[in-house]
Design a binder for this molecule. Structure first.
Ligand code: FAD
Length: 441
């Protein structure tokens, strides 16, 4: 109930907007080939600590696509063509040609060449990125059909999962101005647990933080909420008589354990509000990128399918743009001063780290969705904070506009990440009803 913090938007109006207008459209769009097939590297080593070992849990397994399952445009021979959008390919082609003509950049580089290199490197999409993208050329990249590997309860928990959340909150979120005593999952307290400063502690310190730091924390907490809502909503429910196969469905106890004010020291509702906050940020990124996305060809090699996808995207974007209480990114990093720039750089650096931490997740299914969602969130941040490179009334020059490019993987992850948040909001509504029914009996 109430308003989403740091946004002037009522939870109730967001609920009905999402559940009635966005969710059904997004659900059908994400079943289209362009959005289903996600190319990802699940074998990238964790750079921060030794491998936790391959997860033996059955539900952590991810099914990869074989060549014959892929749409015609994504088969091996066609892949190079699709790495970048058409415009980006043209730009890269021109840039590479210029590079060759310059004879490459070496130690004897002249100042003119250096200028030229600087402008060339502007097109290197790593520069604006808020997340570390997988290398498209790695032999370990594989296509996964996201619809066949749904995000749900996997049984991944304990120290490996806590280490990820702890590293994110403790080492890769902005520090609160005043330190707060350690707090964490009961089982994790103890020698190491004492020093554990979980999301909860940060939540209590938010008041002392500036808007940018609060936004950062709320987005991470919103992602955490979304993951935990999904695992509660698609939980394994054993067969009632104890024999035979169980089913996947909502587990009210699991949800209440994580979000009920009584079992979470009052923090559950705040965690849920952060889900709505994250949703609003990604909604705004899609609205801002609409002029760019409306030009995209959503190529899969099947003309009819691609046409349907383009129309469905346009229809969805029209609804998204109509939402009145959009998140206002212009309130962040205000002023063209050094502090604002430094804060933005720090924000970018921390978020990039979080995207890399996803390579340390010890359950492949959780890693797949963790990577998809952090990459989608990173894409949203890139859209919001790359200047006004997309709006029709932009003051940014045409060249800069042309330079703004999204890779296919960024577009796919952005829509899927938003799809996860939209589904979570719908699932929270189902839990509300189930809890009401439970309480009335
Ligand atoms: P955790 O969720 O591990 O949380 C640890 C502590 O963080 C809590 O005690 C609390 O203090 C704090 N906290 C909890 N929620 C929030 C919040 N929203 N905001 C701020 N602070 C919070 N499990 C699955 O079954 N399926 C999945 O698909 C899945 N994907 C995952 C993806 C990633 C990237 C990670 C790191 C974990 C994933 N997990 C998944 C595991 C799951 O998120 C939990 O870690 C696990 O279920 C153990 O839960 P827990 O109750 O111990 O608390």
């Amino acid at each position: 109930k109430g308003e989403v913090d740091d946004c002037s938007c009522k939870i109730e109006s967001l609920d009905s907007f999402n559940n009635l207008k966005i969710f059904p459209r997004l659900h059908s769009l994400l079943n289209k080939d362009y959005f289903r097939f996600f190319k990802v590297n699940l074998k990238r080593p964790c750079p921060f600590w030794g491998d936790d070992g391959r997860c033996a849990l059955r539900d952590c397994h991810v099914d990869k696509c074989s060549e014959d399952q892929l749409p015609p445009g994504y088969k091996e021979s066609k892949q190079e063509e699709n790495k970048y959008t058409k415009e980006a390919q043209e730009q890269l082609h021109t840039d590479c040609k210029e590079q060759k003509e310059l004879g490459g950049i070496d130690k004897t580089i002249s100042s003119e060449d250096r200028e030229s290199f600087k402008s060339w490197s502007k097109y290197d999409d790593a520069q604006d990125n808020f997340c570390e993208l997988d290398d498209d050329n790695s032999a370990d990249m594989e296509y996964v059909d996201l619809t066949l590997n749904p995000e749900r309860y996997t049984g991944y928990k304990g120290e490996s999962a806590w280490r990820i959340w702890r590293t994110i909150y403790q080492e890769n979120c902005f520090k609160p101005d005043t330190p707060v005593p350690g707090y964490g999952p009961a089982e994790a307290r103890g020698a190491e647990g004492k020093a554990l400063q979980s999301g909860l502690d940060l939540m209590r310190s938010l008041k002392g933080m500036c808007l940018e730091k609060r936004v950062f924390f709320r987005m991470i907490s919103g992602l955490h909420t979304s993951i935990n809502v999904h695992l509660s909503a698609k939980n394994y429910l054993p067969a009632a008589n104890g024999y035979g196969k169980g089913t996947w469905g909502p587990n009210v106890e699991e949800f209440q354990k994580r979000f009920d004010p009584e079992t979470t020291n009052g923090e559950g509702p705040q965690r849920l509000k952060n889900l709505y906050f994250t949703y609003l940020v990604e909604l705004r990124a899609l609205a801002k990128a609409a002029p760019y996305l409306e030009q995209e060809d959503f190529f899969t090699g099947d003309e009819k399918e691609d046409n349907e996808t383009r129309n469905a995207v346009k229809d969805l974007l029209k609804i998204i743009k109509s939402f009145p209480d959009q998140f206002d990114e212009s309130r962040l990093f205000q002023g063209n001063n050094k502090e604002a720039q430094q804060l933005k750089e720090e924000f970018r650096k921390l978020f990039r780290n979080i995207s890399v931490i996803m390579d340390c997740v010890g359950c492949d299914k959780c890693k797949l969705w963790g990577k998809t969602q952090t990459q989608g969130m990173g894409t949203a941040l890139k859209i919001l904070f790359s200047g006004d490179t997309m709006g029709p009334d932009s003051t940014v020059d045409a060249q800069q506009k042309k330079n703004f490019q999204l890779r296919r993987s960024e577009i796919v992850s952005l829509f899927n990440a938003f799809g996860r948040l939209s589904t979570s909001i719908k699932e929270v509504d189902v839990f509300r009803q189930l809890i009401k029914e439970k309480d009335s009996t």
